[in-house]
Design a binder for this molecule. Structure first.
Ligand code: HEC
Length: 153
């Protein structure tokens, strides 16, 4: 009876530990999916801006609007402590400095959001206007990645 109880306890602890790990990896997956969505629509817009794909006001507005929808997602839950690339090497490129300087990270997020609002205002107004606003937005992506995202996994 006693042995059975111990076995059950060990099993429970093991399950809990596993669940906690799985949860962190789920958070990383969700965080990366968030940025994958942004990158997807950014790619569609860049192809139009470069002339690789014919410009369409409708499609440009839709892609810019999609990015706005993603940006309106409350991402606080994607920054669970213990999910940096120091904690989960090979799974994420999020550098620990995000958690050490959350205010600095949020400031980069604000730059991005403002550039995205500006893009949404002009996305339907022709290729040159789209290209200019997209260039500005792209600068805010790079501005954050340079400091807060590791180059490699
Ligand atoms: C406030 C900071 C910040 C801004 C702004 C930002 N990113 Fe990122 N991005 C990150 C971080 C951090 C990661 C790493 C996430 C991870 O690996 O957990 C990332 C990862 C990515 C990834 C890789 C996703 C994957 O599969 O691992 C793509 C694509 C991406 N970002 C695109 C963009 C684009 C496009 C923009 C601008 C429109 C942008 N990001 C703006 C911080 C930012």
């Amino acid at each position: 009876m006693r042995k059975l109880l111990i076995t059950a306890l060990v099993a429970m602890t093991a399950t809990t530990a596993y669940a906690a790990d799985a949860n962190k990896e789920d958070v990383v997956d969700a965080r990366r999916a968030y940025f994958t969505l942004l990158g997807h629509d950014m790619g569609a817009l860049a192809a139009m801006a470069k002339g690789e794909v014919e410009y369409s006001a409708e499609k440009a507005k839709a892609a810019a609007g999609n990015m706005m929808t993603v940006a309106s997602y409350n991402a606080a839950g994607l920054y669970m402590p213990g999910t940096s690339n120091a904690d989960l090497p090979g799974k994420t490129r999020a550098r620990p400095v995000i958690w050490e300087d959350m205010a600095g990270y949020q400031a980069k997020g604000k730059d991005f959001y403002q550039a995205l609002v500006a893009l949404n205002e002009v996305a339907g107004e022709g290729r040159p206007a789209l290209g200019k606003a997209l260039g500005q937005l792209g600068g805010t992506c790079k501005g954050c990645h340079k400091e807060f995202r590791a180059k490699d996994f």
